[in-house]
Design a protein around this ligand. Structure first.
Ligand code: PHE
Length: 444
C-alpha cells in the first residue's frame, strides 16, 4: 500500500485527528447533553469514560489502522484472514453515514446563524426571543434542508480534492484560533453576575442525578466527541507514518478534545444561569445562549461571526473525517474511483440528511420509539453503535491480535519506551469492554 497518501508531518497527523475529534460534538452536543442530564454527574462520568474507555479504544483503533495502512474492512481482512471479523466494519460504516446525516443538519444551522450574525439579526433581543427565533427557523419547511444540502455539497468538494491538500491544510490553520476564541468567550461568560451557579452546575455532581440513562448518554458523548468506535481514527491512523507514537497521539487527542468540551461548558453554563435560562433546552441550547453572550461583548457581532465561522470550519474537519470511512471502504473494497466513492457517500447523506433536516418541521410527527429521525439517528449511532464498536476494537486488539504485533505497534518496534503500556493494555483488555458492557446492561 505504498502508494497511499500519508500525512506529511507528525503535526499534520495529530492536527487532522484533533480536527476530526473537535467539532460540534464538543461545542454543541456536550453542553446540551450535560444540561439535560444533570450537569456535574454527567460530566464526571464523561471524564471517567474518556480516561478508561476513550484512550484505550483510540489506541486499539490506531494499532489496527497503522499496522495495515488500509481501510477498516481491508484491515480486518488482513489481520484476521478467513474469519467473519471484517463484518464488524459495517457498524462503523453505518454509524458514520448516520452521523454525517444529522450532523450536517446542525452544520446547516451554524450557516444560518453565521448569516444572521453578519446581517445583524443576532442583537437586541431577549433570551426568549432567541428561543422563538430558533424554533421558527428550525421548523421552516425548506430553509434548514437547503443549508444541509449545500453543506453536504461543500463537504463533497473538499473531499474530492484529496486527503493532504483538503484535510491537512484546513485543520492545521484553524484549530488554534478556535481555541483562543473559546477562551475569550469563557472569560466573558464567567464574568457575568451569577456565573458561579453555572460552575456549581458543572462541577458539583449530585448523586441523585446518576442513573443508567445518564451513564449511557455520558458514554455515548465520550465516543461521539472522540470520533471513536466507528473506525474514523483507524482510517486516519492508516495514513500515519511508522515513526508516529500512537500512545502519545491518542493522549494528545483525548486531552485536547476534552479541554475544548469543558471550555464550551464554561462558555455556556455561566451565561445560562446568569440569565435565568434553562440548561435542559436540548439541541437548541447554544443557539439560544450564544446570542446572549454576544450582546455582552464589545463588538459582539464581530465575535459572533468569528465564532460561527470557526465552528463551521471545526465541523467540516469532522464531517470530512466521517466521510473518509465510507469513501475508503467503497474505494478500496468495491473498486470505485475516489470520485465515485465520494459521490456514493454524498448521495446517501443527502437523502438521509434532508429527512433529518425536516425532523423539526414537516416531519416532526414521524417518530420511532418516540424519537424523530434526527434524534433516532443521533441516539442509535452515538449511544449504541459507537460503544459497541468500542467493545469490538478493544476485544479485537486486546485479545485476538497477536500481542507481539500490538506491542510492536505501540513501541514502534521497540524503539519507543512507552511507560504506560501495561496499564493501557490492561484497560484495553478488561476495563473498557467490561465497563461498556456494564453501562449497556444497566439500561435493561
Ligand atoms: N467527534 C466529532 C465532534 O465532536 C464528531 C464525529 C463523530 C466525527 C464521529 C467523526 C466521527 O464533533
Amino acid at each position: 500500500m505504498s502508494d497511499r497518501a500519508r500525512f506529511t508531518t507528525k503535526m499534520g497527523a495529530i492536527a487532522a485527528s484533533v480536527g476530526s475529534a473537535v467539532g460540534l460534538g464538543n461545542i454543541w452536543r456536550f453542553p446540551y447533553e450535560a444540561g439535560e442530564n444533570g450537569g456535574g454527574a454527567f460530566i464526571l462520568i464523561y471524564l471517567a469514560c474518556v480516561l478508561l474507555m476513550g484512550i484505550p479504544v483510540i489506541v486499539a483503533e490506531f494499532v489496527v489502522g497503522r499496522a495495515t495502512h488500509r481501510n477498516v474492512n481491508g484491515a480486518l481482512k488482513q489481520l484476521a484472514p478467513g474469519s467473519r471479523t471484517h463484518w464488524f466494519a459495517y457498524i462503523g460504516i453505518i454509524a458514520s453515514l448516520m452521523i454525517l446525516s444529522f450532523y450536517s443538519v446542525v452544520c446547516g444551522w451554524i450557516v444560518e446563524y453565521l448569516i444572521l450574525a453578519v446581517s445583524g439579526g443576532l442583537s437586541g433581543h431577549t433570551p426568549e426571543e432567541y428561543g422563538v427565533m430558533f424554533a421558527s427557523f428550525s421548523s421552516h419547511p425548506w430553509r434548514p434542508m437547503l443549508w444541509t444540502v449545500l453543506f453536504l455539497l461543500l463537504n463533497h468538494l473538499v473531499l474530492r480534492r484529496g486527503l493532504k491538500r483538503g484535510i491537512e491544510r484546513i485543520s492545521n490553520m484553524m484549530m488554534p484560533v478556535l481555541f483562543v476564541i473559546l477562551l475569550i468567550f469563557c472569560i466573558h461568560s464567567l464574568m457575568m453576575p451569577g456565573a458561579g451557579e453555572g460552575l456549581r452546575f458543572m462541577f458539583a455532581p449530585r448523586l441523585s442525578d446518576v442513573s443508567a440513562t445518564v451513564a449511557v448518554k455520558a458514554m455515548g458523548q465520550a465516543f461521539f466527541s472522540l470520533s471513536l468506535g466507528l473506525s474514523c481514527l483507524l482510517t486516519y491512523a492508516s495514513y500515519f507514518k511508522d515513526s508516529d507514537s500512537l500512545v502519545r497521539n491518542a493522549t494528545v487527542i483525548a486531552f485536547l478534545d476534552t479541554l475544548v468540551a469543558v471550555l464550551a461548558g464554561l462558555m455556556i453554563f455561566p451565561a445560562v444561569f446568569s440569565y435565568g435560562m434553562t440548561p435542559e433546552a436540548g439541541p437548541k441550547l447554544i443557539f439560544e445562549v450564544l446570542p446572549v453572550i454576544f450582546q455582552q461583548m464589545h463588538f459582539g457581532i464581530v465575535w459572533a461571526v468569528l465564532l460561527f465561522l470557526l465552528l463551521f470550519v471545526a465541523s467540516i474537519t469532522s464531517t470530512i473525517s466521517m466521510s473518509e470511512i465510507s469513501i475508503a471502504f467503497f474505494e478500496e473494497e468495491h473498486g470505485l474511483s475516489r470520485d465515485k466513492a465520494t459521490a456514493v457517500s454524498t448521495v446517501i447523506a443527502l437523502v438521509l440528511g434532508s429527512l433529518c433536516a425536516l425532523s423539526f418541521g414537516p416531519l416532526s410527527g414521524v417518530t420511532v420509539c418516540g424519537m424523530t429521525l434526527f434524534s433516532l439517528f443521533d441516539y442509535v449511532s452515538s449511544n449504541l453503535l459507537l460503544p459497541a464498536g468500542g467493545i469490538f476494537f478493544s476485544v479485537f486488539v486486546g485479545w485476538m491480535l497477536e500481542q507481539r504485533l500490538v506491542e510492536d505497534e505501540l513501541t514502534n518496534r521497540g524503539t519507543l519506551n512507552v511507560r504506560t503500556m501495561r496499564v493501557l493494555l490492561f484497560c484495553m483488555r478488561y476495563v473498557a469492554p467490561l465497563a461498556i458492557a456494564v453501562v449497556f446492561f444497566s439500561l435493561i
